[in-house]
Design a binder for this molecule. Structure first.
Ligand SMILES: Nc1nc2c(c(=O)[nH]1)N[C@H]1C(S)=C(S)[C@@H](COP(=O)(O)O)O[C@H]1N2
Ligand SMILES: [Mo]
Length: 438
């Protein structure tokens, strides 16, 4: 089966392949492509007679398919959970954050039950029949819409991440969490369905002097954020759908603002009104924003897009290499994302950023969206590695080193940290979060 030529011949000679043959042959072909090394060093068994008989769960009827009319993951996946920690609790669990298990993520979609949730006043429960959205200020035709009316606008579906700008913000001075989930889990990615605000504004008429849009939530925190009209007219959306179903309460059911690629905190949940104005402070309510103190004593007041970023997902502190065999071929996988555009490439370093090799982007590569990347590596038992990834986007940005970033931003900020991240793989295959400075 390992002879590539004879396999190719046998495939071309077979005019009609049955399905089983086809899969067997393509699998064999892909195995020959990585000739020399193997995913399985020597431990894999070659025969299991039990598989030829009915296994225990196959000897009786399964559950009726109507048992769970809203399905849940397998009971064996019970440990795949959002998590919280005292360190992030802001003194009040209601006004807190539950972070996504990035190490359990597959592909680029976060299941709704695992989507990270940050809520300043707890999770509001809004009756969709009571829901109203007011759009007013500098528009020709101010309006109050019910949910049903809002949904009459033509909808669009787009896949984007939402990232809290404080993602990793505890770690400016050095690693705090020996965990991918806590170090990078203030973000998730979903397929969103809703309407472009520009579509609504074509209908209502935006007055030319409008420069800012206030978005306000109806939850206990009444979170209000102001957004420049340019972004609103570019790709801002009002969304009610999340991965093919209604938004979850944690994401602002029934309606939230989505500003693709921009700070998560601007994506106001439980949205109750949009007000257009000439200046942000002319809006009816005071709004707050996240600012960053620089070493110069100046503060950055208006951050918008989350800068290009990446992380190694596997291995990670949660996915160690302690069970790997010497010479085993292993896939190093990660995520890259940029709020400014599309990921164009990811480099991987084994020595903490001194030397880099290009990784391969996998699957869909979409703007302002999680992008998965991969690198096949032959593991040598006893090697100590410093795995660092570095992403690039089509806006021309490349992830900075920790030194480059702190030279500009200092270490006093909480927000917008996108310097490269490093995992140390120890001689035993344990994985530790470290920070490399020159
Ligand atoms: N109304 C309202 N909108 C809100 C918040 C909030 O507390 N109330 N939190 C914001 C913050 S800080 C972030 S990071 C994102 C988090 O979105 P998520 O909970 O869907 O992950 O929502 C933003 N929108
Ligand atoms: Mo946030």
């Amino acid at each position: 089966m390992n002879d590539k030529n004879s396999l190719e011949n046998s495939i071309s000679n077979d005019k009609i392949l049955d399905r089983r043959d086809f899969f067997r042959k393509t699998a064999a072909l892909s195995m020959t492509a990585i000739a020399g090394t193997s995913i399985f060093a020597s431990e894999a068994v070659v025969d299991d007679s039990a598989i030829m008989h009915h296994v225990p769960w196959g000897q009786k009827w399964g559950d009726p398919v109507t048992k769970n009319l809203y399905g849940m993951p397998s009971e064996y996946e019970h440990n795949v959970l959002r998590r919280n920690t005292e360190l992030l609790a802001s003194g009040n669990y209601r006004a807190s954050i539950a972070v996504t298990p990035i190490h359990e993520s597959m592909g680029i979609i976060t299941p709704n039950g695992l989507f990270f949730s940050r809520s300043h006043g707890g999770v509001a429960h809004v009756d969709p029949n009571e829901y109203r959205l007011m759009i007013h200020g500098l528009v020709e035709k101010p309006i109050v819409l019910t949910l049903e009316q809002l949904k009459r606008y033509p909808s669009v579906t787009r896949t984007h991440f939402i990232e809290c700008p404080a993602n990793g913000g505890q770690e400016w001075r050095g690693p705090q969490f020996n965990s991918l989930q806590f170090a990078k889990g203030f973000m998730s990615c979903a397929e969103w369905t809703g309407v472009y605000i520009k579509t609504i504004l074509e209908d209502l008429g935006l007055k030319p002097e409008a420069q800012w849009m206030l978005a306000e939530g109806s939850d206990n925190s009444e979170m209000g954020r102001t957004v420049p009209v340019d972004k609103v007219l570019d790709d801002a959306m009002i969304v009610w759908g999340q991965n093919g179903e209604a938004l979850r309460p944690e994401q602002g059911y029934p309606v939230r603002l989505l500003l693709p690629g921009w700070e998560g905190n601007l994506c106001v949940k439980w949205l109750k009104r949009l007000e257009f104005a000439t200046e942000p402070w002319y809006c009816k309510e005071e709004t707050s924003k996240y600012t960053a103190l620089k070493p110069t004593g100046q503060a950055v007041q208006h951050f918008y897009a989350n800068e290009v970023n990446s992380t190694v997902v596997s291995p990670s502190p949660e996915i160690p290499w302690t069970d790997l065999k010497n010479g085993q071929l292993i896939e190093i996988e990660g995520l890259a994302w940029s709020g400014m555009g599309t990921i164009t490439g990811v480099d991987l370093s084994f020595d903490g950023g001194k030397n880099y090799v290009p990784a391969k982007l996998k699957g869909l590569v979409l703007p302002k969206c999680w992008t998965r990347w991969s690198y096949m590596h032959t593991y040598k038992k006893g090697d100590v590695l410093l795995l660092t990834s570095r992403a690039m986007d089509d806006a021309g940005y490349i992830q900075p080193t920790v030194d480059q970033e702190t030279a500009v931003m200092g270490v006093e900020s909480v927000y917008h940290r996108n310097g490269v991240e490093t995992w140390e793989v120890t001689a035993e295959g344990k994985v530790n979060h470290v920070q490399i400075r020159s």
